[in-house]
Ligand binder design. Structure first.
Ligand code: ZN
Ligand code: ZN
Length: 58
């Protein structure tokens, strides 16, 4: 669980790791999901661009 700025909520919210369907091991999955609105982001993209990359929320 990580606190990050959510561009949808326009506020700092808690991000949790969603159920991973890509076969990443626990703790190795770069995906995060806003607990409040469900916005999905990936930490890898954040590291590269410092911009939240929008991913279709399931
Ligand atoms: Zn994953
Ligand atoms: Zn949000």
């Amino acid at each position: 669980m990580t606190e990050m700025f959510c561009t949808d909520c326009k506020a700092d919210t808690m991000f949790v790791t969603p159920e991973c369907l890509d076969g990443h091991t626990l703790g190795d999955c770069p995906d995060l999901m806003c607990e409040r609105c469900g916005l999905a982001v990936t930490r890898l993209a954040l590291l590269i661009t410092e911009e939240v990359v929008l991913v279709e929320a399931a």
